[in-house]
Design a protein around this ligand. Structure first.
Ligand SMILES: O=C[C@H](O)[C@H](O)[C@H](O)COP(=O)(O)O
Length: 238
């Protein structure tokens, strides 16, 4: 299935290139799907397309530099035309779970600074209710256990339960580009993402969470049946 998934990611990323116009200021997402978009964009740039990109992670910065995309910081370009990024889940109204790669903080800042956000994904990412994918929550290291308990209490108040685990990588605590930790919250189905987002945002120690609500303007989803374009109004184009 990996090959199918890869070709679906590639099909979605290729379709997203149609959204790019000369001169655009682009947010460049993070993850395996966004990487394909960055590589394809690099090919266009080498063919003469003039755009400037703001990367959402150090990994994307390195890749974008390697493929020849002109880069800027978000301070240099605080208003962007379009961000193209992947997602871990795409739910109703294009609410997303992001942060599987640990880049959710910069991704959300960049998406919020963009006039439009296009999500690219293979079709397995589309769900009827968010939450099958554990929700990444970025926290400051200080007071980690207190913050973890506050997250559990906030979720319990909404009837959500499940493990909230510190993300590890190769035997070490995973550290984000911003120097924070990630707690992965396996709450299962999240019927009211906005209510959870609001409660999480009110917890001291939570830097940001991976619920992206009202940010994505379009999702380009590819699978065996081809490429589908989903918009916030849930209309579908082929
Ligand atoms: O932090 C990582 C990002 O939110 C990614 O966009 C997300 O995890 C999807 O990644 P992938 O395209 O590799 O499934």
């Amino acid at each position: 299935m990996a090959a199918n998934s890869d070709s679906a990611k590639r099909a979605a990323a290729a379709r997203a290139l149609d959204e790019v116009r000369p001169g655009m200021r682009l947010g460049l997402g993070t993850g395996s799907t966004a990487n394909i978009f960055v590589e394809l964009l690099g090919e266009r740039v080498r063919g003469g397309l003039a755009v400037r990109g703001v990367p959402t992670s150090e990994a994307t910065r390195a890749l974008a530099e390697r493929v020849g995309i002109a880069l800027a910081t978000l301070d240099q370009l605080p208003e962007l035309d379009l961000t193209v990024d992947g997602a871990d889940e795409i739910g109703p109204d294009l609410a997303l779970i992001k942060g599987g790669g640990g880049a959710l903080l910069r991704e959300k800042i960049v998406a919020a600074a963009s006039a439009a956000m296009v999500v690219i994904a293979d079709h397995t990412k589309v769900v009827s209710t968010l939450g099958r994918f554990p929700l990444p929550i970025e926290v400051v290291p200080f007071g980690l256990e207190a913050t973890r308990r506050a997250i559990i209490a906030a979720a319990t108040a909404l009837g959500l339960t499940g493990d909230v685990r510190l993300r590890m990588e190769n035997g070490h605590v995973f550290v984000t580009d911003g120097g924070h930790f990630i707690l992965d919250a396996g709450f299962g189905a999240i019927p009211d993402p906005l209510a959870l987002a609001q409660r999480l945002a009110g917890i001291p120690g939570v830097v940001e969470h991976g619920l992206f609500i009202g940010l994505a303007t379009k999702a380009i989803v590819a699978g065996d049946g081809g490429v589908q374009v989903l918009t916030r109004a849930a209309t579908t184009e082929s």
